[in-house]
Design a protein around this ligand. Structure first.
Ligand code: SF4
Length: 297
């Protein structure tokens, strides 16, 4: 391929990626009514690819949106050794947007409390959340935007299924732990691989996330690898899984808190959504049935 053609193709792909990410964020915002007229959105910026992507896409959409809202970026400098404190202020100054850098030494607290060699992320995240809620109050922010994406949501679903016996993921919009704020995840529909590509394309000044020296959470890593493997071997499976989160049938699960099984009475009226647990018309036959019958081999 000539250099010209290669450059043209790269530009075409870059445009496609930009459009896809912006469309997905716009769709998630609309589907969950994440941002409303007059909102002040506090965008939590860690220095990782996802939060840079979030800020970048929200700034773009702010210019195009039919409503007015404000964006203020917030970074929490947790005093991890080697944290390059100058990187984010330089980046944000370059954008010319309002921001606040909050300095709180959660690193020392975590090191003191958690034994050496253990994963420190859960305490660290709890401390960080509390500080961010306080800052949201101080800034008068009406929404707190976090950079979790589709694959974080799915990984959380499987972590809960495998290790906590819960059918629960990570919501795109929720009320904060202290009950005072609305937390939103505008990247909820975005794939991590797209955010990686976007970060490279936009040349975000990424700050490495291993400065704290925490042991990686092996369960989360394994689940993430499982999802990547499925994505490689069974195209479409991860998308189907993700869609299932918006398509829940409490009457076909087993949680009596969500569905009144005890009070269930025959109505005498045929129900098209009755006992279709195993014979839904739109469910393809299992793979072994397909290959056994020879119809697809
Ligand atoms: S990786 Fe380090 S900074 Fe990040 S949540 Fe875990 S302990 Fe905190």
């Amino acid at each position: 391929m000539s250099t010209y053609k290669a450059a043209h193709k790269a530009e075409f792909e870059a445009n496609k990626l930009a459009k896809r990410l912006r469309r997905e964020v716009g769709q998630a915002i609309a589907d969950f009514n994440m941002i409303e007229e007059g909102d002040r959105v506090m965008v939590c910026l860690s220095g990782g690819k996802d939060s840079y992507g979030l800020l970048d896409i929200l700034r773009y959409l702010k210019e195009k949106a039919p409503i007015n809202f404000e964006i203020i970026a917030v970074n929490l400098d947790q005093k991890q050794p080697g944290f390059p404190a100058e990187v984010l202020p330089a980046y944000l100054d370059g954008l010319g947007i309002p921001y606040r850098i909050v300095e709180e030494d959660t690193y020392s607290i975590v090191k003191r409390v958690i034994p050496e060699g253990k994963t420190t992320c859960s305490l660290c995240s709890r401390l960080r959340r509390g500080i961010l809620y306080r800052v949201a109050d101080e800034l008068g922010a009406t929404k707190i935007a976090l950079g979790h994406h589709r694959d974080d949501i799915l990984a959380t679903l499987f972590l809960n299924l495998f290790f906590a016996a819960k059918l629960k993921a990570m919501p795109p919009k929720l009320v904060s732990d202290d009950g005072k704020h609305i937390v939103i995840r505008p990247l909820a529909y975005c794939q991590e691989k797209d955010l990686i590509a976007w970060a490279q394309q936009r040349e975000f000044p990424i700050i490495p996330c291993n400065l704290c020296g925490s042991q990686p959470n092996l369960q989360r890593q394994q689940v993430a690898e499982m999802l990547r493997d499925w994505d490689r071997r069974f195209p479409g499976r991860v998308e189907t899984l993700f869609r299932s989160l918006s398509n829940i049938v409490p009457s076909h699960l087993m949680d009596a808190k969500l569905y009144d099984f005890a009070g269930l009475k025959a109505t005498g009226v045929p129900d098209p959504n009755g006992d279709t647990a195993f014979d839904g018309e739109d469910m393809p036959p299992p793979v072994d049935v397909i290959s056994f019958s020879g119809s697809r081999s």
